[in-house]
Design a protein around this ligand. Structure first.
Ligand code: GLP
Length: 242
């Protein structure tokens, strides 16, 4: 079930997403947080950091799980999701490194997928942050991925590679062509609450597909139609087709 909140702009989207995470932290200081990368979550993370600094919200007892990681980039590559999380959140709050989890792209990728599912086994994710790709992907679950997929290796769609080239000197050749991602099935089974954020007109088709389209693997985010608690916080441009 979707609750849709339409906001003026990215700032308001970030404020509202932050408020849901802050409330969760207040309610349960040892929350399990599902985290995402990309441009969309940056404003939310900035506000969490600010709240930690100003109000002392502590992450000592928090456990986190990230959605995905590129295959083929060393973990210390500036565009790896390991570095993204370190630079944009983890190094700026008091979270314990051993409580943060990101799929590993080092070594045997198939084994890493199984290991990630195993790591997740004892947990429920209290609140899961999600962005959405312009092709409707969540995590890196691209169109055509079965809705019950677990953590798996995903070949990236050419559209995703193009979209993400902006992080790689606008050179599609530098963008990794595959990733390890939590599956749609993993997200659906593990997350008790989902907060999906999207801004910009290039997300309008994906948001339409997620909310109004058929529940169909061609729009991976439409799997969320079957989830009991999804808050979609989007700006007017992303809501343009609703
Ligand atoms: C990336 C990530 C997704 C993210 C999406 C949108 O490729 N794997 O988790 O939600 O694409 O990114 P952005 O927020 O930068 O538009």
């Amino acid at each position: 079930m979707f609750t849709i909140i339409i906001c003026r702009d990215y700032e308001e989207v970030s404020n509202k997403a932050f408020a849901l995470f802050r409330d969760q932290m207040k309610k349960k200081p040892n929350s399990v947080l599902g985290l995402a990368t990309g441009s969309s979550p940056l404003g939310t993370y900035q506000r969490l950091i600010e709240d930690h600094r100003l109000n002392g919200t502590s992450y000592r007892d928090v456990v986190t799980f990230n959605l995905d990681e590129y295959i083929g980039l060393p973990e210390d590559h500036p565009q790896s999701y390991h570095m993204f999380m370190e630079n944009n959140l983890f190094s700026k709050i008091d979270i314990r490194k051993e409580n943060t989890h990101i799929p590993s792209s080092i070594g045997d990728a198939e084994e890493n997928c199984k290991a990630y599912e195993k790591l997740l086994e004892p947990y429920d994710i209290d609140i899961q942050l999600l962005g959405i790709g312009s092709d409707g992907h969540i995590g890196f679950n691209e169109p055509g991925t079965p809705f019950d997929a677990l953590t798996h290796i995903q070949v990236l769609d050419s559209r995703t590679v193009r979209d993400n080239a902006r992080f790689f000197d606008n050179d599609v050749n530098k963008v990794p062509k595959s990733a390890i991602t939590m599956g749609s099935g993993t997200i659906m089974n593990k997350a008790k609450k989902i907060v999906l954020i999207a801004t910009g007109a290039n997300k309008a088709d994906a948001i339409w597909g997620m909310v109004k389209g058929d529940r169909d693997i061609n729009c991976p985010a439409s799997v969320l139609q079957g989830h009991p608690d999804v808050v979609a916080i989007i700006d007017r441009a992303a809501a343009g087709r609703l």
